[in-house]
Write a protein that binds this ligand. Structure first.
Ligand code: KIV
Ligand code: ZN
Length: 546
């Protein structure tokens, strides 16, 4: 890699998935991984295989399907696929098991190095930590040629000690040294010095070692810190889409990439990211996780390119660069408005979806075409955003335990809002139920609850129109949490597990139908977790991973 290339390491599927409610199904994870690869991400951290057999399987599928070139294009660029592992043999074995079928596998192992973590969490003295790192990195190297090591909580570690630990990691065969500011504590100046010190003073540091930044946003400085680290010489950035992640989140991929591009004269650095795909991937992750992107979020927020003040609009009309430092089309906003209409055929749909990166088989294309025609009957112009929503709704929803077969709502100012819901349940049984509520969505959700009988709390409900215009598709995201009542078998562990938040997404011309779909999708995730049991992360070290 030339020294002006910054590798983008995406951890949306690992650190991102650790944000409350970001739980994604295996199919959703696979689709996110595909989109990341298509966008040009260099390394995909596909998960934490030791967390559960499901997590291991999800990483394995990504390694096989995204970490290898398609048969038709054997020379296509594929990303490195990595799985996270604590510094113990069992985790490392599982990480290897999960990634070994990728063309470019990597094991990423970590151990904390800050005094507070070593004393209270690990209960290990510094010497034991050094020995464990060298043993486990060496062990990982017996399995995989590409090994990354992270000294967790490096931001609060003694730099001199860090150099010793990192020197041992290099000696044992690590090729990437990632320096996490696990609790988002450092300032840009401090983080610059930290990375600079690591590069200058780690024994055995050489050109073949990549130093990596990994920052959390607890004080709102994750992007600034990551960029400071890059200026100090780091050439890998660990980031997530929309900046999702543990607590306040991680450095966001789109912010780092667009800063390097927009301020190229300062940084003089390149990434391999096709930035026109940023907006699409941001939406995909938001839909799957149910985590709505704040409207004023840099780069991908709904208002990031909206100019409200008259003086700004006037300036924009005179010259776009008066108030815009990036062009919206560079991040995929407002691209390709006019796509297709009701006279477009199956071949045109297939071609457009292929350009958007979806290769559907014949049966899937048939389904997509039916949905497209339904939409085209009701909406004059269909945009990429519409197609994206339909594809997500049709193909990337969780497995159907319950499926919405029909919905009839009566609402308005005369009488109580009433909803009649028809669901197809497990064993294909069809259930009908009618309910009243304070509004049409409330009535619909009450009817669904009466059929599904899985008590949960609705934590968040968001609705928005995908495109402008009265005929826009409505998109709904919800976040729910099991309240566990009525579950007689709940032990402490499953209580913890059920405390997870599940997101659901639905799109339809009718916003009540979209609302019903989103709720049913979230409930399906919850029911699958309850019946099939999702294993919690067993953390020997007693704390959540950051
Ligand atoms: O923030 C952190 O320390 C991490 C490591 C486990 C890489 O996510
Ligand atoms: Zn982290």
């Amino acid at each position: 890699m030339p020294n002006n290339y910054v590798k983008i390491f995406d951890t949306t599927l690992r650190d991102g998935e650790q944000s409350p409610g970001a739980t994604m199904t295996s199919a959703e994870k696979l689709e996110v991984a595909r989109s990341l690869a298509r966008m040009g991400v260099d390394i995909i951290q596909a998960g934490f295989p030791a967390a559960s057999p499901d997590d291991l399987e999800a990483v394995r599928r990504i390694a096989i399907e995204v970490g290898n070139p398609p048969k038709a294009e054997p020379d296509a660029k594929v990303p490195t696929i990595t799985g996270l592992a604590r510094a113990n043999k069992s985790d490392i074995d599982k990480a290897w098991e999960a990634v070994k079928d990728a063309q470019k596998p990597r094991i990423h192992t970590f151990l904390a190095t800050s005094p507070i973590h070593m004393k209270h969490k690990l209960k290990m003295d510094p010497e034991e930590v050094v020995n464990r790192v060298s043993e486990m990195v060496a062990y990982a190297r017996t399995l995989c040629a590409d090994v990354e090591f992270s000294p967790e909580d490096a931001g609060r570690s003694d730099p001199e000690f860090l150099y010793v630990v990192l020197g041992e990691a290099i000696k044992s065969g690590a090729t990437t040294l990632n320096i996490p500011d696990t609790v988002g504590y450092t300032t840009p100046d401090e983080y610059f010095k930290l990375i600079d010190g690591v590069i200058r003073h780690t024994p055995g540091m050489h050109d073949g070692i990549t130093v990596s930044v990994h920052c959390h946003d607890d004080l709102g400085m994750a992007t600034a810190n990551a960029l400071a680290g890059i200026q100090a010489g780091a050439r890998q950035a660990e980031v997530t889409i929309n900046g999702i992640g543990e607590r306040a989140g991680n450095t966001s991929l789109e912010e780092v990439v667009m800063t390097l591009k927009t301020r190229h004269p300062i940084f003089n650095l390149e990434t391999g990211i096709e930035t026109q795909q940023l907006s699409r991937v941001s939406k995909l992750v938001s839909n799957y996780t149910g985590i709505v992107v704040q409207p004023n979020k840099a780069i991908v927020g709904a208002n990031a390119f909206a100019h409200e003040a008259g003086i700004h609009q006037d300036g924009m009309l005179k010259h776009q660069a008066t108030y815009e430092i990036m062009r919206p089309e560079d991040v995929g906003v407002n691209q390709t408005t006019l796509v297709m209409g009701k006279h477009s055929g199956r071949a045109a749909l297939r071609a457009r979806l292929a350009v958007m990166g979806h290769s559907l088989d014949e049966a899937e294309l048939d389904k997509a075409f039916v949905r497209f025609k339904e939409l085209a009957d009701r909406k004059k112009v269909i945009t990429d955003a519409d197609l994206e929503a339909v594809i997500a709704d049709e193909f990337y929803r969780p497995r159907d335990v319950y499926y919405l077969e029909g919905l009839q709502v009566s609402c308005g100012t005369l009488g109580m809002p009433t909803a009649t819901v028809r669901l197809r349940g497990p064993d294909r049984t069809v259930y009908n139920f009618a309910s009243m509520g304070t509004g049409p969505v409330d009535a619909t959700y009450k009817a669904i609850d009466a059929i599904v009988k899985t008590p949960c709390k609705l934590l968040e409900f968001n609705i928005h129109a995908i495109t402008a215009g009265i005929d826009a598709l409505g998109e709904v995201t919800v976040r729910i949490q099991s309240d566990g009542s009525g579950d007689t078998k709940m032990d402490a562990q499953s209580e913890l597990e059920y405390a997870r938040v599940y997101g659901g997404h639905g799109a339809d011309m009718d916003i009540i139908v979209a609302s019903a779909k989103a709720y049913i999708n979230a409930l399906n995730k919850l029911i699958i977790a309850k019946t099939e049991g999702v294993q919690p992360v067993h953390n020997d070290f007693g704390v959540m991973l950051g």
